[in-house]
Write a protein that binds this ligand. Sequence first.
Ligand code: TRH
Length: 378
Amino acid sequence: MTANDLKTWDIFCRVIDNYGDIGVCWRLARQLAHEYPTQVRLWVDELDALIKIWPSAISADQQLLEKVEVCVWHENFDAAVEPADVVVEAFACNLPDSYLTAMKRRAIAPNWFNLEYLSAEDWVEGCHGLLSMHPQLGLKKMFFFPGITTKTGGLIKEARLLEERDQFLANPANRAEFLEYLEIKPAENQLIVSLFGYENTAIASLLDTWIQSPTPVLCLVPASKVLPSINNHLGKALNQGDEHKQGSLRLKVIPFLTQTNYDRLLWACDINFIRGEDSFVRAQWAAKPFIWHIYPQDEGIHMIKLDAFLQDYLKGLSPALQRSITALWHEWNQGVDCSNSWNACLADRQNWQQHGHKWCKSLSSLGDLVSNIVRSCD
Ligand code: TRH
């Protein structure tokens, strides 16, 4: 099967927590539906998670949104559902039994992928593309790993994403207009930072540093899990729309944006704090300096994943900046004082910024996840 005769796709998504599972699946579904000759169905067990990242008046069991048929995945899955030509099981979410049986009944077995979580660890290259056989049904499933090398599945990147980013940044009026839409008028020479993260005690040191900063700092916080940590340190009860001014810091809590507007936010800011998986990828396409709050896992194994990424990402930077970024990322993830590493990174911001462009360019030369998955279909 080639990209031209691909027809139907079913993407299955279980929302475990947060917005990364649906964030990735929704992006995948939208790109397939917009850029390839496909009919895409997205099965999701929590419609509310989708509405959070794509505000819309959807509530039915089945509806068309952005050319994607969005269906609620109920526990008692309708046995009459005909499987698609290509089936994506996101993050080992376990397909319904009746659906698996129906896959087996098809004259031509569907291309079946398990879309895995993103990791820059070395073992990923050896596992990407491996097949496993369903023990009872004999159906083949391919393990598809996103990644940052040519021997992996790559990262999701829409065909026109970088062009749209460059158009947005080419005219400063776009940034001003976008910030105005968020009811923000930045002052001159203000450092604009977006802050999306999990609960984090390290925020105390960062807020204090910003309050005393010689450069004014405008911090935009999409209402999320990091907000209670901010409130706790400031002794406030800030909510969406609220603003806090103290010393050099102006902090504003902004609403959760659509995925498209969230990209614009990342483009509009000078430095982005991001988290999890999908915002982490979008920050790389934004090509700005970023600080990753990785999804915490048991026994600290997420730090191995973080260091695996840093090992690649830092190549080409001066040893001093490599050390500062590593310290900042580690301290941020360990919830400890990060004021010195923040100041050190900021002092070398221009080099960090230039590096972001180089990194984005080299990632972009590797292709993208959706074209890779389409190419992996027989
Ligand atoms: O929400 P997350 O913490 O998701 C996590 C991770 O994916 C993690 O690996 C996974 O195991 C766990 O979920 C279950 O962070 P992430 O991945 O960045 O997803 C957030 C999504 O929300 C992403 O698609 C961007 C989107 N978003 C918006 O659309 N608007 C916003 O204003 C913001 C802040 C985010």
